[in-house]
Ligand binder design. Structure first.
Ligand SMILES: [Mg+2]
Length: 370
C-alpha cells in the first residue's frame, strides 16, 4: 500500500490545573499530531511531544513544525515501501528526537494497525508484557496544604507511587511529613535540573525515595559523582539522557547505582528506546517510564512500555480526566483502584477520538505524497 496523505495538526489541550515544575508552569498543552494515510484510506497517528518553550530540552514545537512541514515525502515513501523505518533518523537533524519520534510513531501505527498487530508487542516479541499497568502520579509544586490534600486524594484512589516536583525553594519538611504519614508508599522526586549545590540534596536520603530524578543543573558527567557517592538513593536521569551514548557515559562515570526514566519522544522513537532498554538490561540499570503531559495517543505507548518485564516502578500515569476535559483517544485512560488493563489493540493499542482531535485542532497542514 502506498502512502497518500501527510496531515499535520497543531493541537491545543487546555490543562485542568496549572502544572508547576522547577522550570515552567504549564496551563495548556500544545502538541503536534501527525496523521499519515495510505491509499486504502487507513491512518496512522504520531504525536510530537516537544513543548512550546525550550525548558525541558532545546527542542521546541516550532522547530518540529518547520521540520515536519519541510520533510522530503518521497524519501519517507521510499523507506516505507522498502520497510526500512529504522532509517528514518537519516531524515532528521540530531537535535530533534521528538520530531523524529512522531513520524516514526505514525508510520509504525499505520503499519501495525494494517497488520492487525499491537505495535509494542510486535517490538518486543521475546517478552511477555504484564496484563495490567499501575498508576503513578506526579504532583507539581503547589502550596503545602494543597500538596497534602492532593497526596491524600491519590492514596485514596489507590495510587501505587507519587513523584513530587521539587526545586531549591521547596520546603523539604513537607515531604518528610508525607513520608511519615505514608511509610510504605513508593515516593520519588524530580528536581528538573534545578539544584546547583548538591549538598542541599543530601537530606533527601532520609525519605527512603525510590530515586531522585534530574537532581543537578547540567554539569559535566563526572560531576554527578560526589552526589551519587554520598547518597544511598539512586540518581535517576531524564532530560540529561537523549541517546544511548549519554547513558553509556553515565555508566562509566558513576560507580553508584543509576536509574533512567524512559520517554519515547526524548529518546528519538521506539527503535532507539528499545536499544536503550537492551543496554539497561545488560548493565543492570533500572528503568521506568515517564510521561510528557501528553495526549492518550502518545501515553498509550508509554503505558504499554511500563508493562515490560524489568520495569522498576509505576510510570507517570494518571487518568485522562486528571489533565484534560477531553483526550484524543476513546475510551479515555481511566484507572480503577490504581490499575489499568494494558491497551493491547492493533497499532498504538487505542482508538483515536476523531471528534476530540478536530475540536482541539488550531491549524492543519495537508500535503500529498507523490
Ligand atoms: Mg523528569
Amino acid at each position: 500500500m502506498a502512502l497518500t496523505k501527510f496531515i499535520l495538526r497543531k493541537v491545543r489541550l487546555p490543562l485542568k490545573f496549572a502544572f508547576k515544575t522547577a522550570k515552567t508552569t504549564l496551563f495548556t498543552r500544545e502538541i503536534l499530531i501527525l496523521e499519515v494515510q495510505d491509499d486504502s484510506g487507513q491512518s496512522g497517528y504520531g504525536e510530537c511531544v516537544a513543548f512550546s518553550e525550550p525548558f525541558y530540552t532545546s527542542e521546541t514545537q516550532e522547530m518540529a513544525l518547520t521540520t515536519l512541514q519541510n520533510l522530503d515525502l518521497s524519501a519517507i515513501s521510499a523507506l516505507w515501501e522498502s520497510n526500512q523505518l529504522e532509517d528514518l533518523a537519516s531524515l532528521f537533524p540530531e537535535k530533534l528526537p521528538m520530531t523524529q519520534a512522531s513520524l516514526e510513531m505514525a508510520l509504525l501505527d499505520l503499519k501495525t494497525r494494517k497488520a492487525g498487530t499491537n505495535l509494542v508487542e510486535s517490538f518486543f516479541p521475546q517478552e511477555t508484557l504484564a496484563s495490567h499497568v499501575f498508576a503513578g502520579s506526579v504532583l507539581g509544586e503547589m502550596p503545602e496544604a494543597e500538596l497534602l490534600k492532593q497526596t491524600a486524594i491519590l492514596v485514596e484512589q489507590g495510587i501505587h507511587r507519587i513523584k513530587f516536583k521539587i526545586s531549591p525553594t521547596t520546603n523539604l519538611k513537607i515531604l518528610k511529613a508525607i513520608r511519615n504519614t505514608y511509610p510504605d508508599l513508593q515516593l520519588a522526586v524530580d528536581a528538573n535540573q534545578s539544584f546547583s549545590d548538591y549538598r542541599k540534596l543530601l537530606t533527601l536520603d532520609e525519605l527512603s525515595l525510590a530515586c531522585i530524578e534530574e537532581a543537578l543543573a547540567p554539569v559535566a558527567w563526572q560531576d554527578y559523582a560526589p552526589l551519587s557517592a554520598q547518597l544511598k538513593t539512586p540518581l535517576c536521569f531524564d532530560e540529561r539522557v537523549l541517546r544511548l551514548s549519554d547513558l553509556q557515559t553515565l555508566r562509566q562515570e558513576l560507580p553508584n547505582p543509576i536509574w533512567v526514566n524512559l520517554k519515547i519522544g526524548r529518546l528519538g522513537g521506539l527503535y532507539a528506546t528499545r536499544e536503550i532498554i537492551a543496554y539497561c538490561k545488560k548493565e543492570n540499570i533500572p528503568f521506568w517510564v515517564g510521561s510528557m503531559v501528553e495526549s492518550g495517543l502518545s501515553k498509550s505507548l508509554h503505558l504499554q512500555l511500563s508493562a515490560l518485564p524489568g520495569n522498576a516502578m509505576p510510570g507517570d500515569f494518571a487518568d485522562s480526566a486528571h489533565y484534560f476535559e477531553e483526550d484524543l483517544i476513546t475510551p479515555p485512560i481511566q484507572f480503577s483502584a490504581g490499575n489499568l488493563k494494558r491497551p493491547d489493540g492493533a497499532g498504538l493499542g487505542v482508538t483515536p477520538n476523531r471528534k476530540a482531535l478536530e475540536n482541539n485542532t488550531t491549524a492543519i497542514y495537508t500535503r500529498l505524497f507523490d
